[in-house]
Design a protein around this ligand. Structure first.
Ligand SMILES: C[S@@+](CC[C@H](N)C(=O)[O-])C[C@H]1O[C@@H](n2cnc3c(N)ncnc32)[C@H](O)[C@@H]1O
Length: 237
C-alpha cells in the first residue's frame, strides 16, 4: 500500500486522526531506514509501498486488537530498525518504549532515528534479552512486551515473558506456521508463568499473519531466562 492508503487504513481502524507531524515522522522514518541501509544492514525491504505494508502496517496491526491509549509502557525485544514498537510509538506518542537489541549498530541507528523524529520517552538498550530479563530494573516491569521475527516461539517466550508484569501480555507477531510454533511452545509458556489466550489471525495483503497473545498469569521462576545463548541452543521443551 502507498503512504496515503496507509494513513487512511490506520485512521479507519483506530479512529485516530493522524496529524501532519505524525505523517512526517513516518515519511522521515522510511527515508532514514533507506539511507542508513546502505551503510548498515537494517532490512531487505526498501521499496516504499512494500515498506509501508510490511513494516509500518504490519507493526501498527497490533493496535487494531488492543487500545494502546491505556497502555503506559512497552518493551520490544530484537527490534532491529524499530519494528513493531516505533511505528506504534508514532501513533501513540505517550507510550514509554524500551527496545532491547544485541546489535549495537542497530541501537545507534535507533538513537539517531529518535533524534531526527523528535521522539521522547524511548530507552534503547544494547544487550541480550537474556541479560535484561535477569536485571531487576527491567524484570517483570512491562505491561506489554512485543517481538517480531526474532526466534521461534519456544525460544522467544524465555526471552520475553520474564520482562512482562503479572497481568500483562507478551505479543508475538508471526507469519505462517504459528500453530506449529504454538504447539511446540505450550509447555514453555506454562513453565514461564504464561497462558496463551488468543491467536489472532489476519490477512496482510494476501499474506497470513498472527498475533499470539500470551498473558502473564504467574511470576517467572528466577532461573529463567537462562544464560545468554542457552534459550536458542536448548529451547525449553
Ligand atoms: C531479523 S531481526 C528482526 C527485527 C525486527 N523485529 C523486525 O521485525 O524487522 C532480529 C533482531 O533481533 C535481535 N536479537 C536476536 N536475538 C536477540 C537476543 N537474544 N537479545 C536481543 N536481541 C536479539 C537481532 O540483533 C536483530 O536485530
Amino acid at each position: 500500500m502507498n503512504k496515503e492508503q496507509f494513513y487512511k487504513k490506520v485512521e479507519e481502524k483506530t479512529n485516530i486522526v493522524l496529524s501532519d507531524i505524525q505523517k512526517k515522522q513516518y515519511e522521515k522514518y522510511f527515508e532514514l531506514v533507506v539511507e542508513w541501509n546502505q551503510k548498515i544492514n537494517l532490512t531487505a525491504i526498501t521499496e516504499e509501498e512494500e515498506f509501508y505494508t510490511k513494516h509500518f502496517y504490519d507493526s501498527i496491526s497490533l493496535s487494531f486488537y488492543r487500545d494502546y491509549s491505556k497502555v503506559s509502557n512497552i518493551c520490544d525485544v530484537g527490534s532491529g530498525a524499530g519494528f513493531p514498537s516505533i511505528p506504534l510509538k508514532i501513533l501513540y506518542p505517550h507510550l514509554e518504549v524500551t527496545i532491547v537489541d544485541s546489535l549495537n549498530k542497530r541501537i545507534k541507528f535507533l538513537n539517531l532515528l529518535q533524534e531526527e523524529l523528535g521522539l521522547t520517552n524511548c530507552n534503547f538498550i544494547h544487550a541480550r534479552a537474556e541479560e535484561v530479563g535477569q536485571d531487576k530494573n527491567f524484570r517483570e516491569s512491562f505491561e506489554i512486551v512485543t517481538a517480531r521475527a526474532v526466534a521461534r516461539l519456544n525460544v522467544l517466550v524465555e526471552l520475553c515473558l520474564p520482562l512482562v508484569k503479572k497481568g500483562g501480555y507478551f505479543l508475538s507477531l508471526k507469519a505462517q506456521k504459528a500453530e506449529e510454533e504454538t504447539n511446540e511452545a505450550i509447555n514453555a509458556i506454562k513453565l514461564l508463568g504464561g497462558k496463551l489466550e488468543q491467536d489472532i489471525e489476519f490477512d496482510l495483503e494476501g499474506e497470513e499473519r498472527h498475533i499470539l497473545e500470551i498473558r502473564k498469569t504467574k511470576e517467572t521462576p528466577n532461573k529463567y531466562p537462562r544464560k545468554a545463548g542457552l534459550p536458542n541452543k536448548k529451547p525449553l521443551l
